[in-house]
Design a protein. Structure first.
Length: 189
């Protein structure tokens, strides 16, 4: 019955809307205590989330290596991320202070110190630019939520960064389109 429900909706409303309905149903099922796996190949999924967090808030769980965008009361989009490595962790509140498409990158002094072989500047859009396709800078010193290079994709789900939150490019593009400057961000350990 479940598959025919989604097939019928796919025919009637289109595959994209059916995926939304399926993800919404997954979030409702999770809220009821039923475990639902995301669709195969999905880098993000809809999940039940604390109803006390305001819609439009980004919540990053360092221990889970996940970023949640609360889309409505009790429901969030969950993304896999790389979080700051040991000694670079942070927690607390921040907000998005700027949004960039194909941002240029200049390595922060600590990164340059640890990796002197890095160039002093990498142009936005370069396949070697660690910021990836999008960046949301936060109102904390040199911290951003950003994409990644093809080589660094394997770091997603680990503690690997110097303070930033690293996402798959397809996920940071999705998040970028959903948030605005001023969006609140909460980092928890």
């Amino acid at each position: 019955m479940r598959s025919s429900f989604f097939r019928d909706h796919a025919l009637r409303f289109g595959a994209r809307r059916a995926r939304f309905v399926q993800n919404l149903a997954a979030g409702v099922a999770l809220a009821a205590g039923v475990t639902v796996m995301p669709a195969a190949g999905s880098a993000r999924d809809m999940v039940a989330f604390s109803p006390t967090v305001q819609p439009g808030t980004i919540v990053i769980s360092a221990s889970q290596r996940k970023l949640f965008l609360v889309v409505r009361q009790g429901v969030a989009i969950r993304y896999r991320v790389a979080v700051p490595k040991s000694g670079k962790e942070w927690s607390g509140y921040a907000s998005v202070n700027a949004k960039y498409v194909n941002p240029d990158w200049v390595p922060p002094p600590i990164v340059k110190h640890d990796h002197p072989e890095l160039p002093n500047f990498i142009k936005g859009g370069s396949p070697h630019n660690p910021m990836g396709m999008r960046a949301l800078t936060l109102d904390r010193y040199q911290v951003a939520i950003h994409g990644t290079t093809h080589k660094m994709r394997a770091s997603i789900g680990t503690a690997a960064s110097y303070g930033c939150i690293r996402m798959l490019n397809e996920d940071v593009v999705d998040l970028f389109d959903r948030v605005s400057v001023g969006t609140p961000v909460v980092m928890t350990q």
